[in-house]
Design a protein around this ligand. Structure first.
Ligand SMILES: C[S@@+](CC[C@H](N)C(=O)[O-])C[C@H]1O[C@@H](n2cnc3c(N)ncnc32)[C@H](O)[C@@H]1O
Length: 205
């Protein structure tokens, strides 16, 4: 599959397509920096994915020509998961299994049927919201990686990003790259915050 996935329903807000196109470029750069080799059979996990608007760009950056893909998004919020399902599940080409589930993304250790993942992605991680849960989420996200797999996070603002990165190192992560998104769109009502402002990539130490 080399053509990008086409969303089966339009994005909910103006500007999303441009934001995720910029994220796609940043992800491609981050993965190149981390020495990523796109796997022919890829397993990707998108934690706290919300609507998972970035699904097509993430898959395009990580495994554009994969024959088989297993891609799972998990979020606590049922309406966002329902929207992700409507947008992306009908778009999947044959051999690509896309799924979105409502659930607690910090408890992947209890989801026995999950395979090990090549890439775990967390867009706009929310470490400041509930640190105890996010420590568990980060620890389990690292544990869900295949040997040589990568965990990628993005953040809205620098302080939360720095603290999330420090937490990931304490959880057994090995920081490989930390990139500033210079095309990041500022959030007008939140000074210092912008969309996918930072991207960091980790392996398992
Ligand atoms: C800042 S939003 C980011 C959403 C989406 N990744 C994005 O960038 O648009 C944080 C998300 O984390 C989800 N979340 C927080 N804790 C969670 C948990 N323990 N399990 C699953 N989702 C969680 C929230 O429901 C919310 O959708």
């Amino acid at each position: 599959m080399t053509t990008p996935l086409r969303p089966a329903v339009p994005f909910s807000y103006p500007g999303i397509a441009e934001d995720i196109a910029r994220l796609g470029g940043l992800l491609a750069l981050g993965l190149r920096t981390a020495g990523w080799a796109a796997p022919p059979r890829a397993a990707l996990l998108n934690l706290a994915c919300g609507r998972a608007d970035e699904t097509a760009e993430l898959l395009r950056a990580a495994c554009p020509a994969a024959e088989e893909v297993f891609y799972l998004g998990i979020d606590l919020r049922p309406p966002e998961i329902a929207e992700a399902r409507r947008r992306w599940i009908p778009a999947a080409p044959s051999g690509w299994q896309l799924d979105f589930r409502t659930g607690d993304a910090s408890r992947t250790d209890r989801m026995r049927e999950l395979p090990p993942f090549d890439l775990v992605f967390i867009r706009h991680q929310n470490y400041w919201h509930d640190q105890p849960s996010w420590i568990v989420l980060f620890r389990n996200a690292l544990a869900a990686l295949k040997p040589g797999g990568l965990l990628a996070i993005t953040s809205y603002f620098d302080r939360e990003h720095e603290q999330a990165m420090a937490c990931l190192v304490q959880c057994g992560g090995n920081k490989i790259a930390d990139l500033r998104n210079f095309q990041s769109r500022d959030l007008p009502d939140a000074p210092g915050k912008s969309v996918d402002r930072r991207l960091a990539l980790f392996g398992r130490a």
